[in-house]
Design a protein around this ligand. Sequence first.
Ligand SMILES: *Cc1c(COP(=O)(O)O)cnc(C)c1O
Length: 393
Amino acid sequence: MSQQLDPVTQAVRIQTPRSQQQEHSTPLYITSSFVFDEAEAMRAAFADESDDNIYSRFSNPNVDEFVKKMCALEGTEDGFATSTGMSAIFSSIFALLQQGDHLICCSSVFGSTFTIVTKYLPRFGITCTLVDANDQAAWEAAVQPTTKMVYLETPTNPQLEVIDLEWVGQFTKKHNLILNVDNCFATPLLQRPVEFGADLIVHSATKWIDGQGRVLGGIVLGRKDLIHEIYLFCRNTGPAMSPFNAWVLSKSLETLDVRMERHCANALKVAEALQNNPNVSWVKYPFLKGHPQYDIAQKQMKQGGGVLCFEIKGGVVAGRKFLDALQLLSVTANLGDSRSIASHPASTTHSKLTEEQRLSVGITPGLIRVSAGLEKVDDIIADIEQALAQSAS
Ligand SMILES: *Cc1c(COP(=O)(O)O)cnc(C)c1O
């Protein structure tokens, strides 16, 4: 029956086989290793001839349940869950590329991803070309005989640029490249990169998938042959997801669909409300008319996601005042929480960069990023509006 069930239903219903206790909710398998009754069974497990659990660095029932649900949601053959989003991203690149290979990466990527591809990859003889998200000629010009993989995220962080997945899918197919997509901002409920030809999808499960700011986690999903290589890499290098985090994340997937609906509805209403605010010079949200890639977003996303950004008038000073004036929204280094979050990169996370460096990664002086939570939207809007009014005084 599970073949015909909708992925959302599967995310609620996929479950590790019950123990003799007949528990309704999956128990937590806090165990480092698993026992074998016979040497032959252990030999077969190590020889890859059985699916038996061996050691929790390789697999664990809680982690498997989370992976199976994610495969159903993303429509992928296989997956491997990791301790954080960064270990998923790092493993998806390092397991598959080697010295002499070349990677094409979109220029606006998550900060630590940027550091991996620009600082660490070159140390191992893997070169990387950064390309502007929507400059298709630049993508074509970046291809080299040694190019193996294209890495991108859409919508991008923090500028919320939307990259045309249909076009990139055709591009990577034409050049026979592995397409690796960070689908963290959209989640599989809003966008399924496999439908556009992605070979790999990576997630920070820390964000919308957990959804309540409790645990870190990551996952790589995709083609069976590629995931097998990534599995072997991780099995030996050790970025395993903890059973507890997998248990939390698997439970979170039961509510992802309903949560994302509210997050997206709230984000759109906040974006619409801010459009007419006298202290705001522009607002950006993928499903807001006027977004530069509005048509692409409509084509490839079901909804616009839970993040919006805007430019506060008065630059860095006003941005800092805005953060200090917030009463409801949290000022914290995360997103994808049931509680709304605001950040002002220029005065906080990116304050060490020069203004020129900040602009090169899309961070304007008054850029505010809001992760819309699950509070009643009128309360979110009221807090942002009062803080904006104070930032101008
Ligand atoms: C947070 C984030 C990551 C990193 O994930 P961690 O779980 O913090 O390691 C990667 N990509 C995007 C888009 C993110 O927002």
